[in-house]
Design a protein around this ligand. Sequence first.
Ligand code: ZN
Length: 459
Amino acid sequence: MPEQEADILIESSGTQMYEFIEQLFPICRSITGNGVRKTLRAIKEHLPGLEIHEVPTGERCFDWEIPKEWNISDAYVQDENGKKIIDFKEHNLHVLNYSLPVNKEVTLEELDEHLYSFPDKPDVIPYVTSYYEPRWGFCLPHNQRKQLKKGTYNVCIDSSLETGSLTYADLLIPGETNQEVLISTYVCHPSLCNDNLSGVSLVTFLAKKIQKLQNFYSIRFLFVPETIGAITWIASNEKKISQIKYGLVVTCVGTPSKFTYKKTKKGNSFLDNAVIDVLEKSNVDFQIVDFFPYGSDERQFCSPGINLNVGSIYRSDNKYLEYPEYHSSGDNFSIISEKALDETFSIYYKIIMDLVKNSYKEKERDIENFKIKDKNLMYLNLFPKCEPQLSKRGLYRTIGGTTIESDKEIFNQLAYLWILNYSDGKYSLKDIADISKIDLEVIRKSAILLENKKLLKKI
Ligand code: ZN
């Protein structure tokens, strides 16, 4: 393990994470558009190595297609006196996310068909989206909706839905192997603190710390619009998917609720054990829930054709995110805290460190297994009567009696002769290395070459 770990653990990030949420909170994000770009650029300020990618509208990603890009500059509803009674500039949740542009006069009846509110939570503005069905609409507290008077209203949504692109970003911290640990979060929610700016901020600062370490695994941090962004990333990187050993989806990590670990679909991977171990040792209140096929982007990572070991750690007193302020203007600074962010940060950090430590052990185990296996490996010479002709197989100098070969070539040629002579079913590669006094690694590689030339077979 690298020495620098101890120093890094001392640093605390709760205040910085909270301040970063304050910075990102006013931005109106969606699954596409300038809100996501602005957010990713702010993350890049902390992580200069972050790569921002644009995927054009219309591109197919498995069963999905990149939608048109949505942007918005203003939206309001005015009463007959010209007074703005619903104003996007006061809270960006007031507009139905992905609303089509509109500018017209409507009656209360018509307006009401385009309003969204929570009757059971009458004081908050709901967060409502319509990405794949063209609509326009406004969201408001139910109590305010009940007070709207008969009459005409002027509705204006200054938005655009046009050919553009979907934006996502990733940061790869290279390790000694291309096997990866994936830490993923989503960046599409507008002014909501816990879901999911807490995740955006935590992953940013986690990456900031971890990029200072040297790891055996490579660690990839992914910032994508939820669902469509994760699907896009997987579709664009399908060849790399098999390199992902373990992954965690970060969501809702800023409240002091119970730590909840949603297991990988497999349920008994090293990651599952590592998370449970860290939670137990950290002396925090926690619960473990089995994988279920709804929730966040673990749905995509654990779909049958992708099937990765991906779990999720979030703060929730229920099985999933059934907190009262969920997807409403109540999900604001009053429910998150620096302390809670700090606690979740340290849990994630410890888990990643456990994975890193294990990866070094795994590396040593692999080397050891390799050695043991190769020591006992035995081959049989398939041309045992006299020597096989090596020169016609490109394994021996074709000009006799010269010294033009490099030492390495001569060495390999000697290895071939030793292996062929002793591969009679009684001597292992280790025995041949001992007798010939040639390094086992040279013997091993030479044997593979002779096997490829069909002069030997494993027994
Ligand atoms: Zn959400």
